[in-house]
Ligand binder design. Structure first.
Ligand code: C2E
Ligand code: MG
Ligand code: MG
Ligand code: MG
Length: 288
């Protein structure tokens, strides 16, 4: 009897796995089609300079306008793309789309693109970025690539070689979601990142947990001492903005300033913040 039960449970999980596998394959296929059907879209979220109150950079955040499933966020499809070489194609699309859009903005506004660790490791990422720079003709220093700590987990020389290769192209390199990974701080001595983006979870838990404040404070001091720019993510409230004034922080990003906005709304947003720099002292003046 017990044996039968076990087999039943096994069959259940087998069916479940089968279902998930088919679902994944279907999404992969649809993603391939979506690339040629132009179903992907970039939204852009500003990174505000705390010095000037102007937009220093716009981060490109991918969306998938799926014909049947509706609008999908990257959390719903990037991990599936990462299970195959699709992530390289999606990544190339992201870099190119972001650069092409940035070409329509003023020169002093940079654009940031998220690069999956899988893309970074599996592909000739330096070649991929170089190709986009050549094809679009964008000034390389206007492009910032955001990568996560995951690429530094296995401490191999190839990762640092690639990072140096990207640096040599003239683009800047940011460490995204800083503080959430598992790698040691030792890698900060092996490659000098241009920017650390402090993960939004630290600000978001700030009210309930004083320790989170202390961590943001410590990371910002680390950035100041290592001469690495600091961006604080997830700035949502006036309390967050008040807190930012007590630490060293070059840029702020979050819903307080703007949600990610469609390409068509970027020029008006830039115009508004140019004529009227976003003051970190007044309540939110800009809504996304
Ligand atoms: P990320 O790069 O850390 O981007 C920040 C995420 O937090 C974005 O979610 C953004 O919409 C959201 N966010 C920004 N400000 C706030 C805030 O004040 N409060 C809260 N609660 N959330 C905020 P999104 O757009 O869903 O992107 C999720 C992740 O997907 C990104 O995290 C990034 O890792 C990845 N991603 C986005 N676009 C691309 C892409 O083109 N390629 C790759 N490989 N990954 C991408
Ligand atoms: Mg990012
Ligand atoms: Mg992040
Ligand atoms: Mg600094």
């Amino acid at each position: 009897r017990a044996k039968d039960d076990g087999r039943g449970v096994f069959r259940y999980f087998e069916a479940q796995m089968d279902f998930e596998q088919r679902e994944r394959r279907m999404l992969e296929q649809e993603m391939r089609q979506a690339l040629s059907d132009n179903e992907f879209e970039m939204k852009f979220q500003p990174m505000i300079s705390t010095q000037s109150g102007h937009v220093a950079c716009m981060e490109a955040l991918i969306r998938w306008n799926h014909s049947i499933r509706g609008r999908l966020s990257p959390d719903e499809f990037i991990s599936i793309a990462e299970q195959s070489n699709l992530i390289v194609d999606v990544g190339r699309w992201s870099i190119k789309s972001a650069c092409n859009t940035a070409l329509t903005w003023p020169e002093d506004v940079k654009v940031a693109v998220n690069i999956s660790g899988m893309h970074f490791m599996r592909s000739d990422i330096v070649g991929d970025v170089r190709q986009v720079l050549e094809e679009t003709g964008i000034t390389p220093s206007r492009l910032e690539v955001e990568i996560t700590e995951s690429i530094l987990i296995d401490n191999n020389g190839e990762t640092v070689t690639k990072l140096n290769g990207l640096r040599a192209l003239g683009v800047s390199i940011a460490m995204d979601d800083f503080g959430t990974g598992y790698s040691s701080l030792g890698y900060l001595t092996r490659f000098k990142f241009d920017r650390l983006k402090i993960d939004k979870s630290f600000l978001m838990g700030m009210e309930e947990n004083e320790n989170r404040k202390a961590i943001v404070y410590a990371i910002s001091a680390l950035g100041e001492n290592l001469n690495i720019d600091i961006t604080v993510e997830g700035v949502e409230t006036r309390e967050h903005v008040e807190f930012l004034k007590t630490i060293h922080c070059d840029q702020a990003q979050g819903y307080y300033y703007s949600k990610p906005i469609p390409v068509s709304e970027v020029p008006a947003f830039l115009l508004r913040t140019f004529s009227e720099a976003i003051s970190t002292r007044s309540p939110a003046t800009i809504k996304g």
